[in-house]
Design a protein around this ligand. Sequence first.
Ligand code: AHM
Ligand code: MG
Length: 315
Amino acid sequence: MPSTMNNIAKQGDHGSAMMPVIQGVGRAAIEIAAVLRGAVFRGALGGAGSENIQGEQQQVLDVLSDEIFLEEMRSTGFICAVGSEEQEELLVIEEYTDADYLVLVDPLDGSSNLDVDGPVGTIFSIVKRKTANSERPHVSDTLQSGREVIAAGYVLYGPSLMLVCSVGEGVHGYTFNPANARFELSHPDMRIPEMGGYYSVNESNKKKWADGMGDKLIAMKEETGLGMRYVGAMVADMHRTILKGGVFLYPADDKNTTGKLRLLYEAIPMAFVMEQAGGKAMSKDIAILDIQPEALHQRVPVYLGSNTNVDALLG
Ligand code: AHM
Ligand code: MG
């Protein structure tokens, strides 16, 4: 009998508390995957005609994925509020304002890949509330550093449907088996190679990068001979980086002076997974997990990967 996500209950101090929430993420993943597969037939590709808080055009599928994810978190009964990249404000789950946990989510990351049938993902992290259970959950509950995250992970909508997560005891990957409609443990104890693999970055921004990062990247490429891969969907680029080694980066540039990727929805969850996989997760001179968040939609530069490669870029 293969291991299913039930085995999360046996992992570390928080596994049993986190299992129902991560199973909820799994249900959301199955539903979102089905919506993605049928999107072209429902006319659900393309813009929703709305902007998110970042001023970015929302896709219909961004909005649908956000609704599905929120509904599945509500149905667990363990979540009092959700902070979403697609929502300006914290969404309080009115039926369970006394529940212990909050989830932060990018429901459909890399959505510019949708029009070309490229991979996309969902990124999430789970924190314990700071306010008393008798109070209404507050945005301050979400502004916790990555060192206080209890569990985090991502879903990859690729040729197969994968859920990769950590409850603070290593990183484990589960693949959806259509034969029995379950996520089964396919990638136990994922560890990133010490060096790598590939470098992964939108190199067209090189001239605009701050801090001489362009020159550092050129030097690292010459020294290591690393190949280049860039999907433009963080989940896919991160998943490859963990499995094959190397480095994924999104530096600050002239246009995005604090970087493009969101601290709470993208950087912290991926940094949590990366450190748990034995890799390094930096935002220039500070570990991403040591940053004290100041706002829901804050952005930071991101450098994730094999220790040797991240050090070569930032050293
Ligand atoms: P999104 O959350 O709006 O999809 O943006 C995040 C995505 C990441 O998945 C990816 O790493 C990055 O944006 C790609 O940006 P660019 O197109 O500038 O290379
Ligand atoms: Mg996104």
